[in-house]
Ligand binder design. Structure first.
Ligand code: F6R
Ligand code: ZN
Length: 188
């Protein structure tokens, strides 16, 4: 059985200028075509894919850290700016499979907000701006939204055995959506 002490210390370089991690072990690239069913205006999503060649929606850079109790997983989340109709680009969002696990997001650049909700219908949002830490408590599903014109980059940390439950968000959706209308951010 592996002992936590067998895992060796390491470091990674993060570019604060362009929101990337040098030599990540995992680089997840999420294209717009995987976002079917998430936005209000499905026709606008299809048009975006057709006219803009399926743009990258967001990227996640991660070093390899065991998904085991005691470890902390860490990543850079880079969400591109854009709109589906007038709805701001967002990440798929998830609960942690191990529901009683929290997460911290430190916004490095860009602007936006974090939508959060519990299973019993409570919801909340917190603004993202450079230097602001947002805390997603245990039991709160979380989704980042980019309301600006530049990538929204965050540095995230969470218990390594948390796991990700996307399916329940596909089924339930989020009770709040974020739009840009007449140049203003509208949350409804
Ligand atoms: C990890 C976490 C973030 C997200 C990232 C992409 O628990 O919350 O690193 O994984 O912002 O969003 P999702 O995972 O919802 O596609
Ligand atoms: Zn998470």
């Amino acid at each position: 059985m592996s002992r936590a002490a067998d895992f060796k210390p390491f470091g990674v370089d993060i570019s604060l200028d362009d929101g990337t991690m040098t030599d990540p072990d995992t680089h997840r690239i999420v294209k717009t075509s995987t976002m079917h069913g998430y936005y209000l205006d499905e026709t606008a999503l299809e048009r975006l894919i057709e006219e803009h060649g399926d743009p990258v929606h967001y990227e996640v850079f991660e070093p390899k850290i065991p998904e085991q109790d005691g470890h902390v997983r860490t990543c850079i989340s880079k969400l591109y700016p854009g709109r589906v109709g007038d709805e701001c680009f967002f990440t798929k969002g998830h609960y942690h499979t191990k529901l009683h696990t929290a997460e911290t997001y430190l916004c490095i650049s860009g602007e936006g907000l974090m939508l959060m909700k519990t299973r019993d219908g409570e919801c909340a949002w917190e603004p993202f701006r450079p230097g602001r830490m947002v805390y997603a408590p245990p039991c709160w599903a979380h989704r980042s939204v980019n309301t600006g014109d530049a990538p929204l980059v965050s540095f995230c940390n969470y218990p390594a055995d948390a796991g990700h439950n996307y399916g329940d968000i596909v089924d339930e959706g989020f009770p709040m959506r974020v739009f840009i209308r007449d140049g203003e951010v509208v949350i409804e």
